[in-house]
Design a protein around this ligand. Sequence first.
Ligand code: 5GP
Ligand code: MN
Length: 318
Amino acid sequence: MVKNIDLRELWKNLSTAKSVVLFPHVNPDGDAVGACVALCLTLREHGVDCKVCSGKVPDYLGFLNTSYFIDDREVGNPEICVAVDCSEDYRMDRRGGAFYRGNKHYCIDHHQTDCGFGDRFYIDGAAAAACTIIFDMLKEAGAVLSRDAANAIYTGICTDTGNFKHANTDSRSHNIAAELLEVGVDHTEIMASLYKNRSMKKVLCESRAIEKAFVFSGGRGIISYLSSEEMAKINATHEDTDEIIDKLRDIAGVEMAAYLEEREEGIKISMRAKTYGNVRDICRSFGGGGHIAAAGATVKMSMEDAFAAVKRAIEESL
Ligand code: 5GP
Ligand code: MN
């Protein structure tokens, strides 16, 4: 735990502010969007002018209430800007400029780190999701969750635990899910949207990446990639490739998986470890970070060089 404020004081400061803008990490996932939606809606019910400054919300999260999501040009000078589920300020991408236009800067996160950023930070590396921190804060404050806020928190816990498959799944995540089911979250609708709604483009990207995957270290290492040319052929975007890395990891015998993708900003590396590896340290060595079992980085090198470097790092680590 890295913090310079407790949850009660954090809620007090946020709920008595005039204006608050929340900033999820770049390419936001269910946890980043869910945590922002839940906090935003609840703060608004307490009279705070709260908005969320996010990059594009992926289509599969379209069922969440994103009514108060704005562009970075609309941020203005809010009283408090909060980075949510975002471990470093560079992970807000070009929205970082808007973040620093706020009067005060906070961070609420669950990525393991030795230091926080901003004036006030609450970083619980043991929390399965940023959504569990938001839930705890709202519960401690006695705030009532609307149906939309409850759905958002449930979504974040499901997605960040891999639907209760990953090692970060704990009694807390199950207990919060149970409490949310008791207040009537739309479980069937959320599961259908998250897991039974895969576009053909997504499936084609996955099959292509799996088909050309390179297996090494006696089957414990696996690496694959897609070039922008291949993605263009399928008419796919980054949203269509975000689950490839999990499919690679899920193959029997694999302990460490990497997926590389050609992007405008460089080669995006996604890594996963299954039972014992530490991909966070590998990704840190490439200038990125994340969790022990799920991490990423972006490097400025050719696909060929990135492939060789990541493969070597996995071989050494395994
Ligand atoms: P993904 O592979 O799904 O993009 O990311 C896996 C995990 O690593 C997520 O928790 C994500 O926030 C984190 N992550 C991905 N890319 C980066 C990066 O460039 N820097 C840092 N610090 N974390 C990253
Ligand atoms: Mn998260």
